[in-house]
Every structure is written in C-alpha cells, then in structure tokens.
Design a protein. Structure first.
Length: 134
C-alpha cells in the first residue's frame, strides 16, 4: 500500500507544468554533459528537451511520457523509502535497544516487581501553581 497517489489522468495544466520541468531538467542535464564532455548525456538531454517542449506545446502528446516518468519515479521512491526506513531501524534503533538491554535500562518499567505498579506523584503545595503550568 502506498501513501502517494499518482494522477494517471492529468489535465492539460498538469501536463504543461510537467513539460516545463522536463525541459529544465534537460537543460541541467545538458549543461552537466557539456561540462563533463559525455556525448551520451548530450543526446539524452536533446531528446528530453524535445519531449518536454512537445509536452508543453501539445499536452495530450506528452501523456505517455508523463505516465512512464511517474511510473518509474513511483518504483524508485518506493524502493528508496523502504531502504531508508530499514537503514534507520537496523542501523540506529536496533543498536540502541541492544545497548539499553546490556545496560539494564528499563524506560517503560516493564519489569514486574512485587506489589503495585502505581507511581506516587507529589502534589504542588501552592494552589497558584495550577494556573501557571509552565
């Protein structure tokens, strides 16, 4: 189940904005490829710029590009987000739990003891303390 919903039936305004973004991305990719001197990226940048310009001018012609791009982006986002969550859990939370277990720390007071689990609370002596809770 995903929390992100992809608009598979975009309107013309959404497709035009998408086309402009593709042109901007193609320009940045082209500038980087000229800087590095990579011909494959130059060709890709030219193709993306043409497709983005076509999508901006004629939004209905760009629907296949939009749907393909959104599908690939959805798959990449799903994989990366799950990897980041796993990295946080197994790289941060699990080692902290193991250290706490070795040290004997019981933050939630889960160890059962004799008698009641009631924790006594000290009441403020001054009644004005209730009006100024900070």
């Amino acid at each position: 189940m995903s929390l992100v919903k992809i608009d598979w039936h975009p309107d013309s305004k959404t497709l035009r904005r998408f086309g402009v973004r593709v042109v901007v991305f193609a320009f940045l990719l082209g500038a980087y490829s000229f800087w590095k001197g990579w011909n494959v990226l130059k060709i890709t940048a030219y193709l993306l710029a043409g497709a983005g310009a076509l999508t901006s001018a004629l939004p209905n012609m760009g629907k296949p590009l939009y749907k393909g791009w959104m599908g690939v982006a959805f798959v990449i986002a799903t994989v990366v987000s799950n990897a980041v969550i796993a990295l946080i859990f197994y790289g941060l939370i699990t080692p902290m739990a193991l250290v706490f277990k070795v040290l004997g720390r019981d933050c939630l007071r889960l160890k059962r003891g004799e008698g009641s689990h009631w924790v006594p609370v000290t009441m403020p002596a001054d009644a004005e303390r209730y009006e100024r809770t900070f």
